[in-house]
Design a protein. Structure first.
Length: 165
């Protein structure tokens, strides 16, 4: 079974024209895109966010767009909770690594935990396998790591009386 954990809370890519741009920098994959200032007014229209995938093994830009996803043309169409979001995936490696158009950044080392990430942009799908991620948001330049996001999410799931600790 494949599971999806949504990672983008309080931010997202522009729903109309995010124009993602991918670069490889010293073993990391960096994705820059326009943010959604319509849904999140704390961002200014035309500004960009950056996600850095650290120690990336492989990545791909897939052709599935929003229309293809809704028509069931994506291997995750019936599985993923919602189009247009950023997810960490876990589960059946045959499904996760099924595409044959991956760009290899560095060979698999077998050491350390690697995670599978998926971001559905308007006209394409970005996936990668990397050790961790962080996002740089435009307005306050806040840097949020995946670990900080997980801790914050786990605190939100605690009963209110335990959150203060």
């Amino acid at each position: 079974m494949t599971t999806f954990v949504q990672l983008n809370h309080g931010w997202n890519a522009d729903p109309n024209s995010p124009e993602p741009h991918v670069t490889v920098v010293d073993g990391d994959v960096v994705v820059t895109f326009f943010v959604n200032a319509f849904q999140f007014p704390e961002f200014t229209e035309g500004t960009k966010a950056t996600i850095r995938f650290k120690s990336c093994q492989r990545y791909r830009i897939g052709p599935t767009n929003d229309e293809g996803w809704y028509m069931g043309q994506c291997r995750f169409s019936k599985l993923v909770p919602q189009w247009g979001e950023f997810y960490q995936l876990a589960g059946d490696s045959d499904i996760l690594l099924a595409p044959n158009d991956w760009s290899v950044v560095q060979p698999e080392t077998g050491s350390g935990s690697m995670e599978h990430y998926l971001f559905y942009f308007k006209d394409e799908t970005f996936e990668c396998v990397a050790r961790s991620w962080e996002v740089e948001l435009p307005v306050n330049r806040l840097l949020v790591s995946d670990r900080q996001q997980q801790v914050a999410a786990s605190r939100r799931m605690l009963p209110a009386a335990q959150r203060q600790r």
